[in-house]
Unconditional design. Structure first.
Ligand code: HEM
Ligand SMILES: [Cu+2]
Length: 610
């Protein structure tokens, strides 16, 4: 019950991690099924519709319901601690954001059991996504509803993400401890800040696109129907105006995680901190200027293509700055190869390979050849799996003690790393060549005798290795959970504020708000010979927000309404919306001032002095 009503950012972080982890397994299973079908030529296991559903759901699940929530898990679990805050700015909204994401994810995945999943690709291109049973012969046999699940599931989840982004923007702007100026923010918080900004600017584009798609599908609209005056390229623009920034929403926090870990485990401050900040802001900005590189072959013409090609290549510059700064941080450091740091250092060359193929794709003339082949599949998996997922694993090993009070096993961790890392390269490296040899993406089979057999088989073997690696990680988690909570407050000899308080953090985080006196606030105090942070305020009563069931109720309401719209049963839709509105009404009329923890209740051994 506690978990259904919690507004504590640390618990919400754990909820995001559990839900995101669950969807990672679902998406991973879908990936393995795809690779089983492609292991050998001319197979008949998942073909046609079922293959399209697998690829669509795999992509959508991984991006929206696995990677995004795990990033939110870290933002929740770590950002308030790194800035010396007691919670996020709007704890209630934070919980609402989680439940909306979860409702959207579940709604979309119920499609598997209700007549078929969406099958128009994770990009949902019109007019493929606008096809439905209109009675004039365009019926897709068993899949009338699939894309409706996509439209409504993403819409509900998207609102959750959007309000989450707003919340973290406000939190980082307003709730920093005294002395924590912007140029002293830990790198992970900086990337969380820019990512939140990108969310606030990018998600409205997909919201609008999905509303239009919903009108086309549910109410017979014509936004994307060229025959009735609409324009299907409009969908591509709206999707990628969101979609390209989205990939930076995903990768920037991973950059932040890597920066923290590389610096902690080389016992050096991050090389070129201010250039790192500047590069992050610049990547965020340029992320909005390049969406058309996904549309080079859509026929926008040479001028548009050239402008967006140059803008795209420009992103490689700040990205290169980051890469060199990480290398210079490691250079001459006292490096400790913990599991977290192995994942972090392996991230660097892997991500560089993904960036390189990105620059290749950014050349329009070349892209006409690569586009919609396995080369693109190889590119984005190098950046998303080789970049983001390695970064997330690094972060999990690093912050696990802070989140759960226990250390993940190092032996199993290293086994996990090697299985996953080798499996990853086996899976995706051959795909570059499959693409160059002409294998189109999203095909469910290929014929023997075109030299595509070996690459595909190696790729499938690699996918199984990654799956086994993930199982080792799960075993590690289970083994760890059975041990007592004995993690130290600062197990890695850390540099930033989250290591100044016990693991796991007490409910109120900091007994006294700390005073920040420089970059790497905790390290600064350690160097000055202090064992703990200097407090910025006397011990006093601590104000806490009250738990509430309303965020869950609001999300359930929208979940019900989603089904109503899908099956065009407007009574159900109205009932769902009414549930949500009643919950909103209760929230606004019921005055809740929260509660206080009095100084006598603060345990001495908890919360340190700061
Ligand atoms: C130096 C940086 C990068 C460059 C120059 C770059 C360039 C490109 C280009 C030109 C395409 C379009 C290929 C085509 O469809 O023909 C593409 C696709 C893609 N990129 Fe990147 N990229 C970069 C970094 C990233 C990062 C950091 C991510 C994610 C974390 C990412 C994720 C993707 C995805 C998911 C697609 C495929 C979208 C789809 O059609 O399904 N890229 N990239
Ligand atoms: Cu892009």
């Amino acid at each position: 019950m506690d978990w259904l009503t919690t507004v504590d950012h640390k618990k919400i972080g754990i909820l995001y991690l559990l839900a995101g982890g669950f969807f990672f397994l679902v998406g991973g299973l879908e990936a393995i099924l795809i690779r089983i079908q492609l292991a050998f030529p001319d197979q008949h296991i998942f073909i046609g519709d079922s293959f399209n559903q697998l690829t669509t759901m795999h992509g959508t699940t991984m991006i929206f319901f696995a990677a995004m929530p795990v990033i939110f898990a870290f933002m929740n679990a770590i950002v308030p601690l790194q800035i010396g805050a007691r919670d996020v700015a709007f704890p209630f909204v934070n919980s609402l954001g989680f439940w909306l994401f979860f409702a959207g994810g579940i709604l979309m995945n119920t499609s598997w059991f209700l007549g078929g999943a969406p099958d128009a690709g994770w990009t949902g291109y019109a007019p493929l996504s606008t096809i439905l049973d209109t009675g004039w012969g365009q019926t897709i046999e068993n899949n009338l509803q699939g894309t409706d699940f996509y439209v409504l599931g993403l819409q509900i989840a998207g609102i959750g993400t959007l309000i989450g982004g707003i919340n973290f923007l406000v939190t980082i702007i307003n709730m920093r401890a005294p002395g924590l100026t912007y140029m002293r923010l830990p790198m992970f918080t900086w990337t969380a800040f820019i990512t939140s900004g990108l969310i606030v600017l990018a998600f409205p584009a997909i919201t609008v696109a999905l509303v239009e798609l919903m009108f086309d599908r549910v109410f017979g609209g014509a936004f994307f129907d060229a025959a009735r005056g609409g324009n299907n390229v409009l969908w591509e623009h709206l999707f990628w105006i969101f979609g390209h920034p989205e990939v930076y929403i995903l990768i920037l926090p991973a950059f932040g995680i890597i920066s923290e870990i590389v610096s902690t485990f080389s016992k050096k401050r991050l090389f070129g901190y201010s250039s790192m900040v500047f590069a992050t802001v610049l990547i965020g900005f340029l992320g909005f200027m390049v969406w058309v590189h996904h549309m080079f072959t859509a026929g926008l013409g040479p001028v548009a293509n050239s402008i967006f090609a140059i803008a795209t290549m420009a992103i490689a510059v700040p990205t290169g700055v980051k890469i060199f700064n990480w290398l210079f941080t490691l250079w001459g450091g006292q490096i400790r190869f913990t599991t977290a740091n192995i994942f972090a250092t392996a991230f660097i060359p892997t991500f560089v390979m993904g960036g390189t193929t990105g620059v290749m794709l950014a050349i329009p003339a070349a892209d006409f050849q690569y586009h919609d082949t396995y080369f693109v599949v190889a590119h984005f998996h190098y950046v998303i799996v080789g970049g983001l997922v390695l970064g997330l694993f690094a972060g999990l090993y690093y912050w696990w003690p802070k989140m759960f009070g226990r250390m993940l096993g190092e032996g199993l961790g290293k086994l996990h790393f090697w299985l996953f890392f080798i499996g990853f390269h086996l899976t995706f490296f051959p795909q570059h060549f499959l693409g160059l040899m002409g294998m189109p993406r999203r095909v469910f089979t290929y014929q023997p005798g075109h030299d595509l057999e070996v690459g595909n088989l190696v790729s499938t073997v690699g996918a199984f290795l990654m799956g086994i690696g993930t199982l080792v990680f799960l075993i590690n988690i289970i083994a760890t959970q059975r041990k007592p909570k004995t993690a130290l407050a600062d197990p890695w000899d850390g540099r930033t504020l989250e290591w100044a308080i016990p693991s796991p953090a007490p409910e109120y985080n900091f007994k006294q708000t700390p005073l920040v006196r420089g970059l790497d606030a905790l390290w600064k105090e350690k160097m000055a010979g202090n064992k703990e942070m200097t407090p910025a305020e006397p011990v006093g009563s601590i104000h806490m927000p009250s738990a509430s069931i309303l965020p869950l109720v609001m999300s359930v309401g929208l979940f019900i309404a989603g089904f109503g719209f899908m099956y065009k049963n407007y009574y159900v839709a109205a009932a769902g919306i009414i549930v949500t509105f009643i919950a909103m009404f209760l929230r606004s009329v019921y005055d809740d001032h929260g509660w206080h923890i009095e100084p006598e209740e603060l345990e001495d051994d908890k919360g340190g002095r700061a």
